[in-house]
Design a protein around this ligand. Structure first.
Ligand code: HEM
Length: 178
């Protein structure tokens, strides 16, 4: 009975709200699937609330996170070439900072999904291969976890935060690799 109840909670919670009149059939399907993805990874309203609480701390650390991220990226010649050809490190760093902070708004809606699908298109256009995207992503996750282990003292809370951020970063990858 407990399992049933908690699953029902997950199902009802983090749902994307949609406007059936405005969106295309394919887009509707994507949103429907996103709800299933969120249910499958066990993303709840509680996770979204926790992310919101973490936002101020994360905002303070975003500079360090994105510095480490871009350092690792420019160390790979191929990736540095892509960046200088299409943009600048400074510009992308600011974009990435804003982007990552959005995760901590704790709101997953149509705009959130749409934006990520668009970024996937941008990356496709500049020729970023999946293996590099995933490597960069792992680097990002390492930085997040380093900060959490330093800032969150209590073990149980550490586990909760790591679990929540893992889910969100997972969702991010699911959207960006679609
Ligand atoms: C653009 C996020 C990895 C290269 C962007 C944008 C975001 C973003 C938010 C802005 C899209 C827009 O609205 O215009 C991410 C995230 C990554 C990632 C979350 C991984 C965790 C990488 C890597 C490269 C890269 C590894 C290495 C080449 C670019 C380039 C653009 C871009 C060149 C700009 C393209 C343009 O403006 O024409 N990315 N990115 N990204 N990204 Fe990434």
């Amino acid at each position: 009975a407990f399992m049933k109840k908690s699953m029902a909670h997950v199902v009802q919670s983090a749902e994307v709200h949609r406007d059936p009149l405005e969106e295309s059939y394919i887009y509707q399907e994507k949103l429907g699937e996103l709800n299933e993805q969120m249910r499958m990874i066990g993303l709840t309203e509680g996770d979204l609330r926790l992310l919101k609480q973490l936002r101020p701390q994360m905002e303070l650390r975003m500079e360090a996170i994105t510095d480490a991220f871009y350092q690792s990226v420019v160390d790979v010649d191929k990736l540095r070439d892509i960046i200088v050809q299409h943009s600048t490190i400074e510009r992308l760093k600011q974009t990435l900072k804003d982007h990552l902070l959005e995760i901590f708004n704790g709101e997953i809606n149509e705009a959130y999904v749409e934006k990520r699908l668009r970024i996937a298109e941008v990356h496709k256009r500049v020729g970023l291969e999946t293996k590099w995207y995933l490597s960069a992503f792992q680097n990002l996750q390492n930085e997040f976890f380093k900060i959490i282990y330093k800032e969150v003292k209590e073990e149980e809370q550490q586990i909760r935060v790591v679990s929540t951020i893992t889910k969100l970063l997972g969702l991010e990858q699911q959207l960006l690799l679609e």
